[in-house]
Write a protein that binds this ligand. Structure first.
Ligand SMILES: Nc1ncnc2c1ncn2[C@@H]1O[C@H](COP(=O)(O)OP(=O)(O)OP(=O)(O)O)[C@@H](O)[C@H]1O
Ligand SMILES: [Mg+2]
Length: 367
């Protein structure tokens, strides 16, 4: 098997009811890459994937796979295979027949189908499970059968739409490593859709962060986590603290922002100019009591033990601040009103244009 590259050139997708689920998007996914599209429910992830696999056509723009324009080609005429959000194995067929299902339509005889299914089952570490029924397997094993079945037609591009969402947390974490290993072994291009940032960060070569029909940032896990380019990317990928303000001055890649909590200096990747409304972002693990050039006097209101780590929650003039520290005995105790001086380095914080933010689980639950 060998992967192919996938290119989107100005692709937009509008549904018949007039709703544009994907706004004009250009993107290149390299051959053999593990590429994730990460974004909240309803942002357009499945819509993009269905367009790549040929279940719907872009309203504008082109999709190329291995340099070939896919316009007018249905799903069976494309070098892709799709694993749906809710996978469905045939319950009355043994596992190996499930895997070989797509081969029968291609006129391949039973003996060869069986041999090919066996190879694929070995690839997903189910070599001795071929004669069982899907109901006799665990959730993770069934997921691997679905992957083997998708690989049976030798796709150059495997499209995976939240394939782990039905599994429990432990199994999901285990399957991350398995999926990554299968991708490496086969060299097939994987386009993996998820709204779970942990999944995207652990498995992907690169991640596209998507919001409301727009891909806001494409980069490695490090890029999107440590160097977010939009307010949404900063707050969707991992936990982050934020403070509203206005740019006061700029200097050589950094800016100083004036806020209710004081003035802070931080990176200014979007080259915002003095006067601009902006937001300062800093990760909980980048805030350290009594360290760094930026200082905030805050009151410790809660202290949650996580074992090796402590989550400290501070409050300063109505703004909440989360701080993650290692549990080394040096963390402050919750003690009345005495303020603690929090600090962070300018290079560990970023100032970005004010824009839509990711909603937290709590905000979503309150709706
Ligand atoms: N057939 C359709 N007609 C009109 N609108 C649609 C149709 N299918 C999806 N949409 C809308 O398009 C938007 C994107 O849907 P899509 O299924 O791509 O989201 P998603 O990112 O995959 O979400 P989830 O994580 O919940 O699966 C949503 O607002 C959805 O309501
Ligand atoms: Mg979806």
């Amino acid at each position: 098997m060998r992967g192919k590259d996938v290119t989107l050139e100005g692709v937009s997708i509008t549904y018949p009811n007039g709703f544009t689920a994907v706004k004009p998007t250009s993107l290149r996914i390299e051959a053999g890459e593990f590429f994730s599209i990460l974004g909240p429910s309803g942002c357009g992830k499945t819509t993009i994937l269905r367009a790549v696999s040929g279940f719907n056509e872009p309203s504008e723009g082109r999709i190329l796979i291995g340099g070939e324009d896919m316009a007018g080609r249905g799903p069976n005429a494309r070098p892709t295979a799709l694993i749906f959000q809710n996978l469905a194995l045939f319950p009355l067929m043994p596992v190996w027949e499930n895997v070989a299902f797509g081969l029968e339509a291609r006129g391949i005889g039973k003996r060869e189908r069986r041999a090919r299914a066996q190879e694929l089952l070995e690839l997903v570490a189910l070599g001795d499970q071929g004669d069982k029924l899907p109901s006799e397997l665990s959730g993770g094993q069934r997921q691997r059968v679905a992957i083997a079945r998708a690989l049976a037609v030798e796709p150059a591009v495997l499209l995976l739409d939240e394939p782990l969402s039905a599994l429990d947390l432990k199994l999901r974490q285990h399957m991350r490593a398995e999926l990554r290993a299968i991708q490496k072994k086969t060299g097939v291009t994987f386009i993996y859709i998820t709204h779970d940032q942990g999944e995207a960060l652990t498995m992907s070569d690169r991640i596209a962060v998507m919001n409301n029909g727009v891909i806001e940032q494409v980069g490695t896990g490090d890029d999107v986590y440590s160097r977010p380019r939009t307010a949404f990317a900063a707050s969707f990928v991992g936990e982050i603290n934020r403070i509203d303000g206005r740019i006061e001055s700029v200097d050589n890649g950094t800016a100083t922002i004036a806020t209710d909590l004081g003035r802070f200096r931080a990176r200014n990747p979007e080259q915002l100019a003095p006067g601009a409304q902006a937001m300062l972002f800093v990760r909980p693990e980048a805030v350290i009591p009594e360290h760094g050039e930026n200082r905030i006097a805050a009151r410790l209101v809660r202290r949650d033990l996580e074992g090796a780590f402590l989550n400290l929650f501070f409050e300063a003039k109505g703004v909440e601040f989360a701080v993650h520290v290692t549990n080394d005995g040096a963390a402050p105790e919750v003690s009345g009103d005495a303020p603690v001086m929090l600090g962070f380095a300018a290079k560990q914080a970023v100032i970005l244009p004010t824009g839509p933010l990711a909603r937290t689980g709590q905000e979503l639950a309150a709706q």
